[in-house]
Design a protein. Structure first.
Length: 221
């Protein structure tokens, strides 16, 4: 893995520069890796292409360590609503077995929403992170998964208009473009993908990072 590469480099530096320099640099590298925010973005067949692509791109531009996770028990390519094929980094089984906590879990919408909502393993992962105060997020139809997971009932929420009736029963439904209530972040659909992604960045890294990113991407002209 990458730390073995760092160790090999350190051995070379040890011979040339001395031990303390090597130790300092290695600690700095490891600290830098540990300090990065982490996010999981989930995929299942029929995901909304733009909602997935925009959030992953924006989060990575903000230096968030994003892992794309398949709901299936493999990392075969997954096809979006408009035909985009994405090869995940890992699968849900590997994530749940690792017991690692991430800073953000996020669901794109589209036809994948039903599959997300029906996954007991995904629900357990979201509940565990939610209980630990980590950010849980969903866009478009995927907030219905939160309802299935019995996650944060009575909080403010938004979604695709097609899910409003289902969510209004257990949540304080809003028509705002993006809704943040504590550690829960939701948004409405393909046209709100950038606002959603920038809000994820703001919650993870602050308003200043969001503003710099928006300016650099010419989001507000």
């Amino acid at each position: 893995n990458e730390y073995k590469s760092y160790l090999s480099l350190c051995q070379v530096m040890l011979r040339r520069l001395g031990g303390w320099v090597c130790v300092y640099l290695l600690v700095a590298v490891i600290h830098g890796k540990a300090a990065r925010k982490t996010a999981l973005v989930f995929l299942a067949d029929g995901f909304e292409d733009i909602e997935f692509a925009v959030q992953v791109d924006v989060l990575r531009r903000a230096n968030v360590n994003v892992t794309v996770v398949s709901l299936n028990d493999n990392v075969k390519p997954i096809t979006g609503m408009t035909g985009t094929k994405v090869t995940p980094d890992t699968d849900l089984k590997n994530i749940t077995s690792s017991k690692i906590l991430y800073d953000l879990l996020s669901l794109p919408g589209g036809g994948a929403a039903k599959k997300f909502a029906e996954s007991k393993e995904l629900g357990e992962l979201f509940r565990n992170h939610n209980e630990k105060g980590k950010f849980v997020a969903a866009i478009c139809l995927s907030p219905v998964a939160f309802n299935s997971f019995k996650l944060n009932y009575k909080k403010r929420i938004t979604s695709s208009p097609f899910a409003e009736d289902r969510l209004s029963i257990n949540y304080n439904y809003s028509n705002d473009t993006v809704v943040v209530d504590g550690n829960m972040i939701t948004s409405r659909g393909p046209g709100t993908s950038f606002q959603y992604a920038f809000t994820l960045v703001e919650q993870l890294l602050g308003k200043e990072t969001r503003s710099k990113l928006e300016k650099g991407m010419l989001f507000k002209i």
